[in-house]
Design a protein around this ligand. Structure first.
Ligand code: HEC
Ligand code: HEC
Ligand code: HEC
Ligand code: HEC
Ligand code: HEC
Length: 276
């Protein structure tokens, strides 16, 4: 799964910054860099390909806009994996000149901005191809393209920057805000169906994790390699099922999930009942 990384060291810097000392750094990129270098231990910073955007915004965390967004970014899989501000917002991350850095940066209210709700599928989808390709087949996507304000976009379920994932109950609630009895497009049963499928995905994931533990303990290398291959065969349709969910019509998800469940069942049976 995902590589574990430390959060982008924003919180450490912020904690270390005495409010009085802070005023010296506002509006001065050069000072800000010196300050960052001093206050945040360089060994921590060394593991990141630093984004100038983030550095300056971190240094100006009390005056630059959207401090919560910055904090969320620093703790998210995006911050931990060096997905810099410019990857979603555009702009020039190679300079500390504020105006030059911001030259192509447009506020999210501007329909041409890559972070405008109608542009997000393309912006996020540049990296998350699987969800994007499936999302493009949906009625949601079609209506979003027409500027319909009622339909969800990527950030409706994942947040703007935090890359959060909804629990099954959370997903049910999210669909219900629009498809529940009081929503803009009431469709009874749709939200509950989405919840059930996400529970199904979580169940198979749990079984696969259990299988992985058993596989790790196998001594015979050949036997272990065979089970690892079977594990991958079971995991691929599960990954595809999660991505197919972005169609919001669930036939393909159901088919992929059934395949993943069947293969995972066979894998576990093989692990628990060793061949004679
Ligand atoms: C030298 C410091 C500095 C750098 C470098 C910098 N920013 Fe900013 N940024 C600021 C400050 C200060 C503000 C608030 C004042 C303003 O809008 O100019 C701001 C505002 C913003 C806004 C809000 C704009 C709006 O219209 O609401 C966004 C988005 C943004 N920056 C993104 C970026 C991105 C992306 C980069 C890198 C490509 C970047 N910044 C580089 C200091 C910086
Ligand atoms: C994964 C994509 C993504 C990344 C990475 C990202 N942002 Fe954003 N950002 C957004 C989205 C989407 C919005 C729109 C607001 C919303 O939907 O809540 C936004 C809004 C903002 C705003 C408020 C102004 C506006 O245009 O609405 C600022 C300021 C900002 N981001 C700065 C940053 C900075 C600085 C970084 C890097 C530390 C960063 N963002 C990283 C997606 C991202
Ligand atoms: C420049 C590439 C890039 C862009 C643009 C980008 N992401 Fe990501 N995203 C990543 C990386 C890298 C990770 C961490 C991968 C991992 O966890 O294995 C990630 C993780 C995620 C995750 C968590 C996946 C998981 O399995 O836990 C979600 C959800 C997500 N991003 C949604 C979004 C959304 C929504 C946007 C647009 C607002 C977006 N991303 C924009 C690269 C990107
Ligand atoms: C209506 C809610 C909803 C919308 C809209 C949505 N997603 Fe998702 N997304 C989910 C759910 C549910 C999952 C599965 C989460 C899990 O397995 O825990 C998911 C999983 C993901 C993942 C992790 C799995 C993977 O294949 O990497 C990424 C990345 C992702 N979505 C990106 C996107 C992008 C990009 C968009 C916009 C094109 C988007 N999502 C729109 C609900 C949504
Ligand atoms: C932000 C609101 C919103 C959310 C959240 C949302 N939808 Fe929708 N959805 C809509 C709107 C609006 C339409 C268009 C309905 C119409 O054409 O009248 C739509 C259309 C659909 C359609 C196309 C078929 C039809 O009946 O028109 C499906 C299927 C669908 N949604 C499923 C889902 C599922 C499943 C979820 C949760 C995973 C979800 N939606 C979340 C607003 C939303």
């Amino acid at each position: 799964m995902s590589r574990r990384r430390e959060p982008y060291p924003l919180t450490a810097c912020r904690r270390a910054a005495a409010p009085k000392a802070h005023s010296r750094h506002v509006g001065s990129a050069g000072l800000a860099v010196a300050w960052l270098g001093l206050v945040c231990a360089p060994p921590v910073l060394a593991q990141f390909d630093r984004s100038n955007c983030a550095d300056c915004h971190v240094a100006n965390v009390y005056t630059a806009p959207a401090p919560n967004h910055l904090d969320e970014w620093s703790r998210s899989p995006h911050g931990r994996n060096n997905v810099g501000c410019e990857r979603c917002h555009g702009g020039d991350p190679g300079t500390f000149e504020r105006l030059q850095a911001h030259r192509d940066v447009l506020g999210s209210f501007n329909p041409s901005s890559p972070v405008h709700r109608t542009q997000l599928p393309r912006t996020c989808g540049g990296c998350h191809t699987g969800p994007y390709v499936n999302f493009q087949t949906s009625r949601h996507h079609e209506l979003l393209g027409e500027g319909d304000r009622r339909v969800p976009t990527c950030s409706t379920c994942h947040g703007s920057v935090g890359a959060s994932l909804l629990s099954p109950a959370g997903l049910e609630r999210r669909c219900s805000t629009c498809h529940g009895p009081d929503g803009v497009a009431p469709r009874p049963g749709r939200a509950a169906g989405a919840r059930l499928l996400l529970e199904g995905i979580a169940d198979v994931r749990e079984s696969l994790d259990a299988a992985e533990h058993l596989i790790d303990r196998i001594r015979d290398e050949q036997r272990q390699a065979a089970f690892r291959a079977a594990y991958r065969q079971a995991e691929v349709p599960l990954i595809q099922a999660r991505q197919a969910g972005h169609r919001f019509v669930f036939d393909q998800l159901e088919e992929r999930l059934a395949t993943a469940r069947e293969r995972t069942g066979e894998l576990l049976a093989g692990l628990v009942n060793p061949a004679p």
